[in-house]
Ligand binder design. Structure first.
Ligand code: CAA
Length: 257
C-alpha cells in the first residue's frame, strides 16, 4: 500500500504511523482519515504487528479537520460525508493504538488522540476543541469522549470556550498517561508499544475491548463481558504458556493462539 498523507515504519512488532501533511499542520483531510483507516484494517491481518504508534512528528500532532476542505461542504455534503465512516473504522481497530503527541492536538486532532488507547505527550503538547470559534461543534466524538475522559468541568470549559489545555493539565485530567520531554515522546510511546506487542495478543485484544466497553455500557453488562472474555482466555495456549512460564521461573513464549 502506498500513501500520500501518512508515512509508516515498523520494528519489533510495532508499526509507527506519522501523519504527513506538514504544510497544513497535519490537518486531517478525508484522504488522511481514509488512508489511516485502510492501513489499520490491513494491520488487523498482520500478525507481526502487536501495537501501533500514531504521531505527527516532533512539532505538531494535528490541527484538526481540514478547514479548507470542510468549507466546501454544505449541509447535504456534511450529511453524506465519508468521514464518520472512516472514524468508526479507526475506532474499531482491535490492537492497541498509542498516540505520541507533540505540539497542537486540536479539534479532530484531539479527537484522534481520544481514538487512541494510550496517550504519551511531550511537555509542549496543547490539546483543544476550538470548533466553537468556527461556528460548529466537535464532530468526531469530541463532546462524548472528552466528557467521559476528563469529566464535565474541563470538557465544558474546553468545548464552550475553545481554550487549549497544556500537557500537565491533560495529564492530571486523565487525557494523557505520561508526559515526557518532546525529544522523547515518540521513543517512549514506541517503547511502551513494544512492551505491549510482546504480550499475548488475544489477551491484549480482549482487554482493550473490555476496557473500551466501560465507556458505553452499564456496570453489569461490562462485568459480564469481562467474565466471558476471562473464560474464553482459559481456552488459549498463551494462557497455559503464561502460567507455565511463571511456575517454571522462565520467560513466556507467546504465540497468539
Ligand atoms: N485546516 C487546514 N489548514 C490548516 C489547519 C486546519 N485545521 N490548521 C492549520 N492550517 C494551515 C494554515 O492554513 C496555514 O497554511 P497557509 O500557510 O497555507 O495559510 C498553516 O497550516 C499554518 O497555520 P498558521 O499560519 O495558522 O500557524 P500558526 O502557528 O499561526 O497557528 C494553529 C497554528 C493555532 C494550529 C492555527 O493554524 C489554528 O488555529 N488552526 C485551526 C485549528 C482548528 O480550528 N481546528 C479545528 C478544525 S474543525 C474540526 O476539527 C472539526 C471536527 O471536530 C471533526
Amino acid at each position: 500500500m502506498t500513501f500520500e498523507t501518512i508515512k509508516t515504519s515498523s520494528a519489533k512488532g510495532v508499526l509507527t504511523v506519522t501523519l504527513n501533511r506538514p504544510e497544513a499542520f497535519n490537518a486531517l483531510n478525508t484522504l488522511l482519515l481514509k488512508e489511516l483507516a485502510d492501513l489499520l484494517e490491513q494491520v488487523e491481518q498482520d500478525h507481526e504487528i502487536g501495537a501501533v504508534v500514531v504521531t505527527g512528528g516532533a512539532k505538531v500532532f494535528a490541527a484538526g479537520a481540514d478547514i479548507k476542505e470542510m468549507a466546501a461542504l454544505d449541509a447535504v455534503g456534511v450529511m453524506n460525508d465519508a468521514r464518520p465512516k472512516h472514524w468508526r473504522r479507526i475506532y474499531q481497530f482491535s490492537k492497541p493504538l498509542i498516540a505520541a503527541v507533540n505540539g497542537y492536538a486540536l479539534g479532530g486532532g484531539c479527537e484522534l488522540v481520544m481514538h487512541c488507547d494510550i496517550v504519551i505527550a511531550g511537555d509542549n503538547a496543547l490539546f483543544g476543541q476550538p470548533e466553537i470559534n468556527l461556528g460548529i461543534i466537535p464532530g468526531a466524538g469530541g463532546t462524548q469522549r472528552l466528557i467521559r475522559t476528563v469529566g464535565k468541568p474541563l470538557a465544558m470549559k474546553m468545548v464552550l470556550s475553545g481554550e487549549m489545555i497544556d500537557a500537565k493539565t491533560a495529564l492530571s485530567a486523565g487525557l494523557v498517561a505520561e508526559v515526557t520531554i518532546p525529544e522523547k515522546t515518540i521513543e517512549r510511546a514506541t517503547e511502551l508499544a513494544q512492551t505491549i506487542a510482546r504480550k499475548p495478543p488475544i489477551a491484549v485484544r480482549l482487554a482493550k475491548e473490555a476496557l473500551l466497553k466501560a465507556f458505553e455500557t452499564d456496570l453489569e453488562s461490562g462485568l459480564n463481558l469481562e467474565r466471558k472474555s476471562f473464560t474464553l482466555l482459559a481456552a488459549t495456549e498463551d494462557r497455559q504458556e503464561g502460567i507455565a512460564a511463571f511456575m517454571e521461573k522462565r520467560k513466556p513464549n507467546f504465540k497468539g493462539c
